[in-house]
Design a protein around this ligand. Sequence first.
Ligand code: KMH
Ligand code: ZN
Length: 304
Amino acid sequence: MARKKVIITCAVTGSVHTPTMSPYLPVTPDEIATQAIDAAEAGASILHLHARDPQSGRPSADPAVFMQFLPRIKQACDAVINISTGGSSVMTLDDRLAAALRAEPEMCSLNMGSMNFGLFPALDRYTAWQHDWEPQLLEATRSTIFKNTFADMEDILKRLGEGCGTRFEFECYDVGHLYTLAHFRDSGLVAGPLFIQFVFGVLGGIGADPENLTHMKRIADKLFGDSYDFSVLAAGRHQMPMISMAAAMGGNVRVGLEDSLMLGRGELARSNADQVRRIRTVLDALSLDVATPAEARSMLALKG
Ligand code: KMH
Ligand code: ZN
């Protein structure tokens, strides 16, 4: 059987990194739109999007802010829009869903369990924060649960999945999350083709070790057979090694400044497109073709 093409997802800004950490982190609607469009031109077929307060750069759930960049991205490129429902671990579920319910996108993220979500080393690394909210937010994550109860997940599946025809990037941070997804498949709330994002290297989730990727894939194969595609994201310096391994194993890849601010050792990525181009050199070396947005839509049965 011919090897499927590789879907590149680009997670443009997220809610974990903060402006002090990189001058290239897109913050304003204009920066988010520009970097998203450039990433799509570089080969990303899915754009995973969060919003930030335009003045402070703080993660924002305000649909009005999303609406300052979503139409521009849609007009400029054909990439699949994927709106985060994870938002930030300090937001309420209603806040996290507001933009997606307004935009009814083709895709949304869906986090498959509650967990600690740690980025603690960053607290010690920076001495001159640009904004007071940055260390405060990072400190708050020490005592906050990233809450995704069974009821929360069911709510998202019903309101966005059944209600809007949205399909999901199922974010699985550990093996148990795969079993939770299988539970929802068994209960009839989700059906293939599933797009499962294996997440490595978040403190509180599974570590970024190659053995863990083979194990996640082995269990996903057992639970979902040929009714799923997997993709990999890994935090920080683990990004490029883990996603390269995923590509070699038949998977898809996620890049973006949400997951890592770096391009390589000691070098900040100057844009999201930089990371898309970097993983494309790996895919080229592996003789793998990149999926267009239309091909991604067909592979994942998106509403288009
Ligand atoms: N920040 C990533 C590790 C979401 O937006 O729903 C996970 C993420 C969650 O992308
Ligand atoms: Zn995200």
